[in-house]
Design a protein around this ligand. Sequence first.
Ligand SMILES: [Fe+2]
Length: 322
Amino acid sequence: MRMISISQYDDRTMKLAKPVYDSNRRMLLSANHTIHPKYLERLVQIGIRNLIVEDAESNGITLEEMIGIPSWLDIVQSVQEAFNAIKMKKPFPIRNLLQGAGSLIMEIQSRPLVLPVPSSTLALELKTYAHAVNVAILSLQVGKLLGYNEIMLRDLAIGCLLHDIGKTATEEDKKHPEAGFAILRSIREISLLSAHVAFQHHETFDGQGYPRSIRGSAFHEYAQICGVCNMYENQIENVPPHEVMEMIMALNGNTYSDNVVQAFVKSVPAYPPGTKVRLLSGEEAIVTKITSHIQRPVVRFLSTGEEISLADNPTVMIAGCL
Ligand SMILES: [Fe+2]
């Protein structure tokens, strides 16, 4: 299976590989079927931009690195409930959130690599919440690489899940970090460090960010991790992951500390499974899985079907995406 843009869907060659859900998390279409053109139109209407499909080219690719969609959707729902509770001034659903953070931490600690479910595969209405969960998944992986313990990971995860909660309190974009900080610091069960993730996630290492233009060590590492993962998650909507990765590497030492950028590059693959690539030799291939080296995946040649691990073949280079 692989992810495609919805406009690339071809019912002659592709089947849906993962179910599609509506904005109430009801299953609209189940896996293993072709999509009727009428339904395809409906998916576009609710703002679904990508589909995960099975076709001949992606045969055998399991995307097993991706987090399970049902548990991912549960956490998306918890974040949505948290945002709604603040909007409606209702009791804050802290238990579900802590549980969600706990299950993400467990996933990340028990597997070598956990990839987010692209928020573009979900109805647009849920994008904010799905985005927050994905920022948390990426951030936890960076935290794991940096050797964070359970408490550090939990504070990081809660901060990431709620980094934009200030948007429920203000229309002004520049004010949402401070509004988020005010909301989170008033919740007894939430650590002040998590609240600072919301406060600082738009700051930069060189003092060019907002709201306070803090710099250097005043920019907490958790907030830097959230900031870089937030940027990545926003950019991959329009730019291929490997180009976003290059953009992030160029920010090294300016927007985020060297330490955080290096950890990010070692935690998130530039060429996720299912990506079609051109090698420097001119040959076309598809990434099938990531095994020993995050940036040197296993690829399958489209012409011959032969698979090689780039980790074991250091001279074979990826030139770009197809
Ligand atoms: Fe934000």
